[in-house]
Design a protein around this ligand. Sequence first.
Ligand code: SAM
Length: 470
Amino acid sequence: MYLSILENILKMITKDYITDLKHKGKDNIAKLVSMQRDVGSINFILENLGQLPNDFNADFLYNLLEHNHAQVRLNAVRNIGKLNGNFDIKRLYSLYQHETDTGVRREIVSSIGRQRKHENKPLLFSFLKDTDPKIICQAIRGLLVFENDKEVEENLRPLVNHENEMVRTVIYKEYFAKEKSNKNTLPHTETYDFLKNVIVNADVLEALKFVPDESVHLTFTSPPYYNARDYSIYPSYQTYLEFLEKVFIETHRVTKEGRFLIVNTSPIIIPRVSRSHSSKRYPIPFDLHPYLVKNGWEFIDDIVWLKPEASVKNRIGGFMQHRKPLGYKPNSVTEYLMVYRKSSEKLLDWNIRSYDYKTVEESKVADGYETTNVWKIDPCFDKVHSAIFPVELCKRVIQYYSYVGDLVFDPFGGSGTMGRTAKALDRLFFLTEQEPKYFEYMQSKQRTQTLFNERETKFLTLEQFKETTI
Ligand SMILES: C[S@@+](CC[C@H](N)C(=O)[O-])C[C@H]1O[C@@H](n2cnc3c(N)ncnc32)[C@H](O)[C@@H]1O
C-alpha cells in the first residue's frame, strides 16, 4: 500500500522519505531499490540510509554486490558494514577476492575492521599482504583498535620496513615515535645557551659532533657549489653528494621535531677542459633530493629564486649568432630553495601551539609577503665572498619559517648573511664556516656593522666551542 503511493512519487525520493520508509517495514527499502531504473537513484537511496534497524532485511544489499557499477557495490558494502553485529563476512571476502575497484576493496576491509571482532583478526592480517598500500593502511586501522594485543603488534611492527612509505609512516607513528618522544629533550621553543649567536670556525661535521639532538628550529643554507668555486674542491661529484648527505643527516638530528630545512642550490656548470671537450652541467638540487628524503626529510615545496637576466652569466651569446638547433643554451636566471620538513607524526599545528600568544603575535608575517613560489630578488655581490645570500632572501625564509626567539642554523655560514638577518629579526643564530678567511671576514663585519654588536656574538674555534659545550 505504502509503496504503491510511493510509485507515484518516485521522482521525489528524499532523505526524510527514505528514513521514514526504512522504519515502516523491513523490506521497504529493498522494494524501493528494485523499482529504480537508474544508478543515480540507487546510489541516492543507499547513501541516505543512515543507521539500519535491527530487523532490516539486507538480502538486496548482498545482491547489489554483483552490480556492474562500482559505486553501487561500494555503497552496498558500506551499508552491509552497518548491520549490527552479524553480516555475511564470507560474501564480502569473496567479493574482495575478485573485485577490481580499489574504493570497493577498501570499503570491504574497512567494514570488516569496523566490526572490531577478535575472530576477524586473521582476515585483517591477510589483508596486510595486499599489493595496494591503501588496503594495507585500512587493515592496519582495523587492527589498531585491539590495543595491547601481542598478536596484532607482532604482525604490525615488522611493517615499519615495508616498501611503501605510507605504510611505514603509519607503523612508525604508532609504535616507534612514541618510544622516541619519551627521550629527555628541551621544550620545543627553547635551545641551549651555548649555541646562541655563536659562529664556529670549523668543518660543520666536526662542530655538529658537539651539538645536541633537537636544538635547532630552522636551517637555511647554500652549500658549496661542488667544484664551481675555489672554496670547495671535492675529488668527485659522488664524494660531494655523500658529504652533503652526511651534513644533512646531522642537521636532521639537531633539528627540532617537525621543523624546516631550506637548501639553496642550482645546477652548476664546470667549464670545459679544452676546446675539444664540452663543459659539464651538474643538476645539484635534483641529485641531492633523494639523499634528503631517504634520511627523514619530507619534501614540502620548491621555491624558485628568480634573478634579473642582466645579473647572470651570458650563455645565449653564441646561439644568438648562429641560431642552430641543439646549440641552444638559455641564461640561467633561477636557483632553487628546496623546502623540507623533519618528518614527524605531529602536525604543523602542534609546532605552532608550542609558542605562547605573545611570541605568535610578534612573529606574525606583515602584509606584502610573497604569495607565489617564484621569488624575484636581485642577487648580491661581495668583494670578499663570491656567493653570498641577498638579505631579502634570508629575511623571507626566516620570517616565513621561524618564530621570534628561534635558533636558526647555517652550516655553510660564508659571510654570515644568515646570522645578521636572523639577529635583525629577533632570532638567534648558530653558524659554522670552515674557511678562516670568511670567518675573519665575519669578524670584521662585526666591527663595522652594528647588527652583530647588539647582542654579543661569539666567534669560536672548534676547541673553544668544545669547551663551552662541556
Ligand atoms: C655558498 S657559500 C655560503 C655563503 C653564505 N650563504 C653567505 O651568505 O655568505 C658556502 C660556504 O660553505 C663553506 N664551507 C665549505 N665546506 C665547509 C665545511 N665542510 N664546513 C663548513 N663550511 C664549509 C665555504 O667556505 C663557503 O663559505
